[in-house]
Design a protein around this ligand. Structure first.
Ligand SMILES: [Fe+2]
Ligand SMILES: [Fe+2]
Length: 249
């Protein structure tokens, strides 16, 4: 692809979902910090602009895998279904597994590597926050977005809501994502970019690999919500507002 230096990271990621692999590899924030222009995002990640531009230029159009399809036009039902089954499901599966693995590795190596205890504390906090966060999405925001989309398609009035605007719960979700991003960054820093010490056992290596994969998945998860689903929902909310008044209770 031909990179445009004036674009934001978010715009590039939306236009070509395969680019997120490059951002991930280079440590460039494409989810919570996706609104930054390319040069600023590179500077924050300590990546030469030229390195990113070259990597993007080498990316062919065929590099998008079916799983990385663009979600910019898919019905909310499909995008939300994908987020829940793929990413919420991943957190629910990997969260407890990594907690158990952390206990095991802390018990064996915590004395020599006290940073493991801090990593466990931060991961437990992250997993707890994500569990509550996903509950809110699945039981409040996502059902509302699907009702809103149905109303938009049928020309019906806006569905009843316990908030003035969909921007209110979305703002809360964005704040949660920022908090999760900070916890992920702490884990990365505490683990020295997931570099296990020389001679580390298989459990230790598996733990760091699992934590890195957890980070990667959460980045994609947040990207789909922050950069695609939520902006589309806000746009639809505005459009429907012009056509009908909210029914609040
Ligand atoms: Fe989510
Ligand atoms: Fe979320």
């Amino acid at each position: 692809m031909t990179p445009d230096v004036n674009q934001t990271i978010r715009e590039i990621a939306i236009n070509n979902p395969a680019t997120v692999r490059i951002f991930e590899t280079l440590g460039i924030d494409y989810c919570c910090g996706g609104k930054r222009p390319i040069a600023e995002a590179c500077a924050r990640a300590n990546v030469p602009l030229e390195t990113l531009m070259t990597a993007l230029a080498e990316l062919g159009p065929e590099s998008v895998s079916p799983e990385e399809k663009a979600w910019t036009a898919a019905p909310f039902r499909d995008l939300i279904g994908h987020i829940i089954s793929r990413h919420h499901g991943y957190v629910r599966q990997e969260g407890p597994r990594l907690e158990a693995l952390l206990d095991k590795v802390v018990n064996r190596h915590g004395t020599d590597h006290p940073e493991l205890l801090s990593i466990r504390d931060v991961f437990l906090a992250l997993n707890q926050e994500l569990t509550a966060h996903m509950f809110k999405e699945e039981h409040v925001l996502f059902p509302f977005l699907q009702q809103m989309e149905a109303a938009s398609r049928s020309g019906e009035p806006m569905p009843a809501a316990c908030f003035d605007s969909v921007g209110t719960p979305i703002a809360r979700m964005l704040a949660d994502h920022d908090d999760a991003g900070e916890l992920l960054a702490k884990i990365r820093a505490l683990s020295g970019d997931f570099q296990a010490p020389a001679g580390a056992c298989r459990s230790y290596l598996g733990l760091y690999h699992g934590l890195q994969e957890f980070e990667r998945d959460l980045h994609m998860h947040v990207h789909l919500e922050n950069n695609i689903l939520f902006p589309r929902a806000l746009e639809m909310d505005q459009m429907l507002r012009q056509e009908s008044a909210y029914v609040t209770h």
